[in-house]
Design a protein around this ligand. Structure first.
Ligand code: BMA
Length: 384
């Protein structure tokens, strides 16, 4: 018996350290670590945080209205996750590539965070070789790696990024908190439509760029409120293929996938489900957060798509879910991914909202406090 007790005592530290979540940044702030732990928890509880890109900035038929949100118009609540985009920050522009003012973006980020929401940033960076857009696929990664012709320019752009995220603070005069941010650079790299994508670089170059970027932000700029999301497109068939450009477990916190249901055909969904299964399994064994980092069915032409198509497929794995699913932006009547006033899928979106496993902002417990102490923030429907 004594031997058994001794064995257990000796084993305890090993157990607790193996159970500990290993983030890219061991010095991440308490709020950032809590967010990470809570997102892992959401996934293992088979819940899904609903997100929307540019939600507070504009929607179909409106722009910059206090309290505006197409998600809120449709279901009465804000999304749990807010996606924002930094493209053009590298040009020192006042507005991003979709005409969102950077200063106002910071204000909306603070607003969402104060209500308990979760923030993620993407960056459709211009091509460093040509000065063209992110979609100019001329090879450019080798130019910005250490020793490359535009390395210093790349570092200057990371400095711009560091300034941007360092200004995301809230709290009182006595206690300033940095708003945790899920940073998702060089996304959809398994596709070939961006200059950092497959076919325009090598896995080795990509991994070096990723590691350089993370190390620069973490170790040189001392940013400790970032969660790093590595996100692919949905064009892989195995874990090996999914991770072809993966820099390693010590360099990514979120394993993401971007998926657009273009034709909405069953075979397209079947393929997505396979990718999702691979993603979730891989994330689970690595203690990473699986996420549907971008998704949508442009125009949502099927009125019951949310509950009849999307939801069952999000639960198709039957085990852990993606922790969050972020719908793309509502630009206009042709290019939108959540219902807007009068949209035919609104009633079904409301049913999707009411479903037990979907989490919107009012459902959030305090994601910036480590579970199990986390308490509801807004007094909304809490389903932890
Ligand atoms: C794409 C489209 C573009 C937009 C880009 C970056 O998917 O929505 O209109 O400029 O994302 O946000």
């Amino acid at each position: 018996m004594l031997v058994r007790i001794l064995q257990i005592i000796l084993l305890l530290p090993a157990l607790s350290s193996s159970a500990q979540d290993k983030m890219v940044d061991p010095a991440a702030t308490a709020q950032t670590r809590a967010l990470y732990a809570n997102m892992l928890r959401v996934s293992s509880q088979q819940q899904i945080l609903f997100g929307h890109q540019d939600d507070l900035a504009y929607g179909v038929g409106w722009r910059e209205m206090q309290g505006g949100s197409d998600v809120k118009y449709a279901c009465g609540d804000y999304p749990a996750v807010y996606g924002w985009e930094l493209g053009n920050l590298e040009k020192d522009a006042t507005h991003n590539l979709d005409s969102v003012h950077f200063g106002k973006m910071k204000k909306w980020i603070r607003e969402g965070y104060k209500r308990g929401g979760i923030i993620t940033l993407s960056w459709h960076m211009s091509n460093y070789h040509t000065g063209g857009s992110a979609w100019d696929t001329t090879a450019a990664i080798r130019d910005i790696l250490p020793g490359g012709a535009h390395h210093e320019r790349y570092k200057a752009d990371l400095d711009r990024f560091a300034n941007f995220v360092s200004s995301l603070k809230t709290g009182s005069l006595f206690q300033r908190d940095y708003i945790p941010v899920i940073f998702r650079p060089f996304h959809e790299h398994t596709g070939s439509w961006f200059w950092w994508g497959k076919g325009h670089t090598t896995p080795e170059e990509f991994k070096s760029l990723w590691k350089f970027t993370v190390a620069y932000l973490r170790d040189e700029k001392h940013l400790h409120h970032l969660i790093y999301a590595f996100s692919t497109s949905y064009n892989y068939h195995s874990e090996e293929e999914m991770l072809e450009f993966y820099p390693g477990d010590e360099w990514a916190d979120v394993l993401g996938i971007d998926f657009y249901a273009y034709d909405n055909k069953q075979e397209t969904w079947d393929h997505y489900v396979k990718c999702q299964e691979i993603l979730i399994e891989s994330a689970q064994k690595r203690r990473k957060i699986p996420a549907l980092t971008e998704f949508g069915f442009e125009g949502i032409p099927q009125p019951d798509w949310w509950t009849r198509v999307l939801l069952p497929h999000l639960h198709a794995a039957g085990k852990n879910t993606v922790a969050y699913a972020c719908a793309w932006r509502n630009a206009n009547t042709k290019h939108h991914y959540v219902p807007y006033a009068g949209h035919t899928s609104t009633p079904d979106f409301q049913e999707f909202y009411r479903h037990d496993t979907t989490l919107f902002e009012g459902d959030l417990w305090n994601f910036y406090k480590k579970p199990p102490d986390a308490k509801p923030v807004s007094g909304g429907r809490t389903r932890q």
